[in-house]
Design a protein around this ligand. Structure first.
Ligand SMILES: Nc1ncnc2c1ncn2[C@@H]1O[C@H](COP(=O)(O)OP(=O)(O)O)[C@@H](O)[C@H]1O
Ligand SMILES: [Mg+2]
Length: 231
């Protein structure tokens, strides 16, 4: 079963006389525990697709279902609660609060949700991401790769069902980028979290179990479903 899927998903921007189809009638599903890379040239609609799939933006047409719940039937508040509890986000910029330590940053979303952190689970995430020695440091005292790993731990803190990542290695050099990617991949497979990752880097995309190629707001190619049990 697909944990998340969309039907005829579209986003049209009106610019003067012209209509820009940022996303054009896309229907696709993602099985639980799989890792999919969304690839395509700049401006092809990758970020738009990710934002619509994850409830960060509303479509102009079509539907998104999370476990068969129609995402966009929810009001903004309900939608943001669902996003906070079921989805994790990682972006190109790390967006850490610079006055808070690594650990405080990681715990922030759990605290904002008035929930108690699951210590055993967090310990596992911290170990997988190998950031145990960074937790008492402020972001300013961490490298880019370390900051991104802390931001991944923060995205995972609420035990999301789906982790959405938009160019997560975009600000990192080759070696750090590869390392962060390997960790994202391993963490999501080990924890059974569905990973949907946008990248324009084909080497990054090759790490995924499935590749969806976007061109002009449409799916131009789809390598086909990933096997959730593959490591
Ligand atoms: N807020 C907006 N207003 C008008 N056009 C937009 C807006 N956001 C995105 N677009 C257009 O939609 C298309 C897809 O953008 P985007 O999803 O950001 O592409 P990608 O992430 O693949 O680089 C581009 O042509 C872009 O210019
Ligand atoms: Mg983009």
């Amino acid at each position: 079963m697909d944990i998340i899927r969309c039907e005829n998903l579209s986003k049209v921007y009106q610019s003067g006389e012209n209509k820009v189809y940022a996303l054009n009638d896309v229907s696709v599903g993602f099985r639980k525990g799989t890792f999919t890379a969304i690839v395509g040239p700049s401006g092809s609609g990758k970020s738009t697709f990710l934002h619509l799939l994850s409830g960060l933006d509303r479509p102009t047409g079509g539907k998104v279902y999370y476990q068969d719940n129609d995402l966009y039937q929810y009001g903004d508040n309900q939608l943001s609660v669902l996003r906070r509890r079921r989805f994790g986000f990682v972006f190109q910029s790390y967006n850490l609060v610079k006055e808070l330590t690594g650990m405080e940053n990681i715990l922030l979303p759990v605290m904002l949700d008035n929930r108690r952190p699951d210590k055993a689970y967090l310990d596992r995430v911290i170990e997988l991401l190998d950031i145990g020695d960074r937790l008492n440091h402020l972001p300013g005292a961490m490298s880019g790769g370390q900051q991104q790993r802390v931001s991944i731990a923060r995205a995972l803190a609420n035990k999301p069902a789906v982790l959405f990542a938009d160019e997560p290695t975009g600000n990192l050099d080759g070696r750090n980028g590869r390392e962060v990617l390997q960790l994202l991949r391993k963490t999501s497979y080990d924890l059974g979290i569905t990973l949907v990752l946008v990248t324009h880097d084909i080497h990054v995309a090759e790490q995924a179990g499935r590749m969806i190629y976007i061109e002009d707001g449409r799916i131009a190619r789809d390598s086909g479903a990933d096997d959730p049990d593959r490591q």
